[in-house]
Each structure stands twice: as structure tokens, then as C-alpha cells.
Design a protein around this ligand. Structure first.
Ligand SMILES: *Cc1c(COP(=O)(O)O)cnc(C)c1O
Length: 368
């Protein structure tokens, strides 16, 4: 068994199964001759909006672009504060900086790794304009409490759903709860393109119109530009691929959840902290993340056994050199710091086989 090589994610396994569907989708775009926006993009947008459960979706160039355009459309700009988490991929915070606003960090709930609404309330300022929770690893943030905070103060609630395709919170899909939500289709995400891609979802038609305009040079007609916008459109090739893959997303999420349950059964007797699914939450398991004080040893033993693992994320955003002097980065975030030192992601993808999960779990058990 020691010759088993188990990667963190295996996109080739997925693409082998979908070969014919992807070939057909790509062929259709080649023959259609339309490569930027167009029918293929519009079809994906309506199919994805139906999937998430919103009035509409706007396809954009990446998850980062989705975040930036969503913030702009909510009117966030210089002089504004946006409360978010430092336990995330840097793009969440970059987008806040791109629009000229200031990120303010609230700590996480150590059980779910998502932003703690009580701490959000504690860091609100008169300048706070929006709250930007991340459904990290595929676990929904505590949206009820965040919605209430926003409603009382007329703040925009912007979801970073880049890791949460198919996740649900009290019966609602992630991406349909806030004023606006942002998805990434980076190849390794639960729904991944064959390159960069993203989408914004919302029930607010005016907001969707504004984002459609912003992604395409502020255009209202062919050579008429109502405002200075961006070149952040979704292309037809990625849209066609995403349409083919979207039909499989539900079965993939079910497989991810089954694999996570299998891991948790096998690791139940260890001292490790295992992923937690809060009441009312449906975890989409973008990542299966455990926690260990012996992370470095564990990681090395897995590597020796041919098992990949990852750290999401080793340096919290408020500690990044890029944020020096910019954010209110002196924030005290003890749960964020502790998580960054201890989290470890195990291999997880829909095509993972039972014997591979057993092999990984045995390695983890032996090492811990
Ligand atoms: C991947 C990711 C993004 C950025 O998406 P890109 O498509 O890579 O620009 C933003 N936020 C989170 C939490 C992510 O995981």
C-alpha cells in the first residue's frame, strides 16, 4: 500500500469521466464563433442562478473580480470599513483594498472557522459599510446573526461563497442569503472551470444590472460607456464547460459529504479536532480540515506515505506583509492565529475511493 500516491485534489480523475461532455461543450463554442459573453454565458448565468436560488447571476472573470464588482455595486469605497475574516484566502481582503475601503478583522468561531458574529458586532465602527463573511471550507457562516446586524444598521451583507457551491444554511443555498454573493470557479473549487472564472449572484435586479455594466467597460451600448468599468467578463469557453459540470455538482457534493463522514468515522478516536457541521448547516466540504498541535510531524509522515496535505491558510491575512500598515491589523484574533498554526487539509475530491480514505486515515492515526 505504501506506493499509493494520493493528491489533495485530482482534476484529471473528474475530467476523464466527463471527457465526452467537455469535448462537446468546447466544440459547440468553436462552432458558435462567439468567445466573450454571448449565449453560452447567458445560459450558464440562468442555470447557475436557478441552482443557487437567486433572481440572477452575472458571470465574471474570477472570484476576485466577483468580490471587487460586488463591493463597488454596493457602493463601498474610500472612507468605508468592511468587516471580514483574516482566516481566508487573501482575495477576500484584496477586493476590499481594491475599492479603496479598509478591511477590519473579526475573529472566527473555532468550531466552524467562520466569522464570529459577536466579535463582528464588537468591531463595527461608524464607518462600517458592509460585512463580508466567508463560507470557509464549504461551511456556511452564521448568517442569521449577521443578517440581523446588517438589517439594524443598513449594512450590505456580501457572501464570499468561493468555497461553498452546494452548501446550505437553514434550507437556503449559500449565495442566496446576503444582498449579493461571490463565487469562484477556479479549477480546484467544487465547481471549477478550465481556467479563471467567477460569478456574482443576487436577488437585487438593479445591483445585477450595475455589475453587468461594470464587468464590461461600463458599457450600456456597443460604444457607449456610462461609467469607467473593467474588462472582467466570463468567456464562452469557460461558460460551456461550467454548464456541463454544473449538472454533476449535486452528485459531487453528495460524494464529498460521504467521504468526509467516512474520514470522521475513522478518525473519531484520535485527539484531533475534526470538522464540525453546525446545526442547520449543510457543509459542502470543499476541504476536509483537521487540527493538530503536531501538524508539522503529521504532515511529514503523510508525505512519506505518499499522501498530500495542505494548509489553508498558514499566515492569516492580517499578518501578511501586503497588509502592513493598511488594515486595522493590530486586531487581536486569538482563534484565527491558533487555527493558522494547527489546521491541516486532507485529500478530498468526489472521485476519491474508500480504500484511499482508509489509507489516509490509517496514516493519520499512526502519526498522531
Ligand atoms: C478562491 C477564492 C477566492 C478567489 O477566487 P479566484 O477565482 O481565484 O479569484 C476568494 N475567496 C475565497 C475564500 C477563495 O477560496
Amino acid at each position: 500500500m505504501t506506493s499509493l500516491q494520493i493528491p489533495l485534489v485530482d482534476l484529471r480523475a473528474q475530467h476523464r469521466v466527463l471527457r465526452d461532455e467537455l469535448d462537446a461543450a468546447i466544440q459547440r463554442v468553436l462552432e458558435g464563433g462567439k468567445f466573450i459573453l454571448g449565449e453560452e454565458v447567458e445560459s450558464f448565468e440562468s442555470e447557475f442562478a436557478a441552482y443557487v436560488g437567486t433572481a440572477g447571476a452575472v458571470g465574471v472573470a474570477s472570484g476576485t473580480a466577483a468580490l471587487r464588482l460586488a463591493l463597488l455595486a454596493c457602493g463601498v469605497g474610500p472612507g468605508d470599513d468592511v468587516v471580514t475574516t483574516a482566516h481566508t484566502f487573501i482575495a477576500t481582503v484584496e477586493a476590499i483594498c481594491h475599492v479603496g475601503a479598509r478591511p477590519v478583522f473579526a475573529d472566527i468561531d473555532p468550531a466552524t472557522y467562520t466569522i464570529d458574529p459577536a466579535h463582528v458586532e464588537a468591531v463595527l465602527t461608524p464607518r462600517t459599510r458592509a460585512i463580508l463573511p466567508v463560507h470557509l471550507y464549504g461551511h456556511p457562516a452564521a448568517m442569521d446573526a449577521l443578517e440581523e446586524l446588517c438589517a439594524h444598521r443598513s449594512l450590505s451583507l456580501i457572501e464570499d461563497a468561493a468555497q461553498a457551491h452546494g452548501a446550505e444554511y437553514r434550507g437556503r443555498r449559500c449565495g442566496s442569503i446576503g444582498r449579493v454573493a461571490c463565487f469562484s470557479f477556479y479549477p480546484g473549487k467544487n465547481l471549477g472551470a478550465l481556467g479563471d472564472a467567477g460569478a456574482v449572484t443576487s436577488n437585487d435586479e438593479e445591483l445585477l444590472i450595475r455589475i453587468r455594466r461594470l464587468r464590461d467597460h461600463g458599457r450600456t451600448e456597443k460604444y457607449l460607456h456610462a461609467e469607467i468599468g473593467y474588462a472582467e467578463r466570463l468567456d464562452a469557453m469557460q461558460a460551456a464547460v461550467l454548464r456541463a459540470k454544473l449538472r454533476h455538482l449535486d452528485e459531487w457534493t453528495i460524494a464529498r459529504r460521504a467521504h468526509a463522514r467516512h474520514y470522521s468515522e475513522l478518525l473519531n478516536e484520535t485527539e484531533l479536532q475534526l470538522p464540525h457541521e453546525a446545526e442547520g448547516a449543510r457543509h459542502a466540504y470543499h476541504l476536509y480540515v483537521i487540527r493538530s498541535e503536531q501538524r508539522a510531524v503529521l504532515c511529514e509522515q503523510l508525505r512519506c506515505a505518499g499522501v498530500a496535505s495542505g494548509i489553508h491558510y498558514p499566515v492569516p491575512v492580517h499578518r501578511q506583509p501586503a497588509l502592513r500598515g493598511m488594515a486595522a491589523s493590530n486586531a487581536l484574533l486569538p482563534h484565527t492565529e491558533a487555527a493558522a498554526a494547527e489546521v491541516l487539509s486532507l485529500p478530498l475530491y468526489p472521485e476519491l475511493r474508500s480504500e484511499q480514505i482508509e489509507f489516509v486515515a490509517n496514516c493519520v492515526r499512526r502519526a498522531s
